[in-house]
Design a protein around this ligand. Structure first.
Ligand SMILES: Nc1ncnc2c1ncn2[C@@H]1O[C@H](COP(=O)(O)OP(=O)(O)O)[C@@H](O)[C@H]1O
Ligand SMILES: [Mg+2]
Length: 314
């Protein structure tokens, strides 16, 4: 089945359009966004030619659930979800840093630790930890949002001193991010998962800090299967990733890690199926609701009709 890849719509009152790696961003009346999440998948900053069916619906559904759950806890740019693939948001000025919170020795932090790094974002780590071990407390490891190429680590002090984010705003961002992460851990545990790390984007709206983008989705967070986690760590067995990490690891085994000019190998049908099932599984674990796959025969008409109605009602 061909998923949502690059349909282009023209909505009433539309004032801009931009295509992100995974989302298509329609600006409405200069101040709102229809964020359409497609079935595109990116790995190592490369958009793959395949789609993962229902991925867009899963990501939209998870973000919807999180924005709704965190209402009254953290102010956000989210206004509503007019369609299973559309988030309606206020357009905000996104701060130029990705706010990453981690509590697990995986990915970047593991690579640092493995090569001898023990001081990570001001937290001193003991010797003797192995991949996927839990840190004594969550840490914030921000990166700059670079337009080309990969994001670069930046310390909280540098963010403030360079003026990328004013200090009072950064203080709020830090408080919100740590709160969301703590809540994310609880929500994941209810669904039998361990939240390893999460990436947040915040923006400025009428002088205040608000949460934007996607929240705790399987593209912006890493989840491990909680059942058997401690046993696997004790035996030093690999952990079970429930997110995009699965596709990243498969690509890496095929020799692709986003090397410049390298073409990603085509995803096997079974890999696509497995990825689809994992995305859906994470949706169900997080929301506690059965996933209701939408009908792909009418998806484009529905997206257009509902997006248009939402735009006209603003
Ligand atoms: N409320 C918002 N206001 C302005 N920009 C937003 C908002 N929410 C998300 N964005 C931006 O929309 C884009 C989402 O599309 P995505 O496919 O994730 O793009 P990218 O390739 O930049 O990651 C991101 O660039 C994100 O910063
Ligand atoms: Mg993004």
């Amino acid at each position: 089945m061909k998923g949502l890849y690059e349909t282009h719509y023209q909505f009433p009152r539309q004032t801009g359009f931009r295509r992100g790696k995974v989302r298509d961003i329609y600006e409405i009346a200069h101040s709102y966004l229809l964020l359409i999440t497609t079935d595109r998948i990116s790995a190592y900053d490369v958009v793959l030619p395949e789609t993962i069916p229902y991925k867009g619906q899963v990501l939209t559904g998870v973000s919807h659930f999180m924005f709704q759950t965190f209402q009254g806890e953290v102010p956000s740019a989210w206004i509503g979800t007019p369609d299973p693939n559309i988030l309606l948001m206020r357009q905000v000025r996104i701060y130029p840093v990705e706010v990453i919170v981690r509590r697990c020795l995986v990915g970047y932090v593991w690579r640092l630790y493995r090569t001898g790094g023990r001081l990570i974002s001001g937290v001193h780590l003991p010797d003797g930890l192995i991949e996927n071990d839990l840190l004594p407390e969550p840490i914030i490891t921000p990166t700059t949002k670079s337009v080309i190429g990969h994001d670069v680590e930046i310390s909280e002090r540098e963010i403030i001193e360079s003026g990328l984010v004013p200090k009072p705003h950064w203080d709020k961002i830090r408080e919100y991010a740590l709160h969301l992460f703590k809540r994310g851990i609880e929500i994941a545990e209810k669904g039998g998962m361990l939240l390893c790390d999460a990436k947040y984007e915040f923006g400025e709206w009428e002088g205040t800090v608000v949460l934007a983008d996607e929240v705790h989705t399987p593209d912006s967070a890493r989840y491990l299967k909680l059942e058997g986690y401690h046993e696997r760590q004790a035996r030093q067995d690999p952990q079970i990733h429930l997110t995009k990490e699965y596709v990243r690891e498969w690509l890496m085994r095929q020799g692709f890690q986003g090397q410049p000019n390298a073409t990603p190998p085509p995803l096997d049908v079974e890999v696509i199926r497995e990825a689809r099932d994992r995305y859906i599984d994470v949706y169900q674990r997080l929301t506690g609701q059965p996933f209701q796959p939408r009908d792909y025969r009418t998806i484009e008409e529905e997206i257009y009709a509902r997006g248009a109605a939402a735009a006209e009602a603003l």
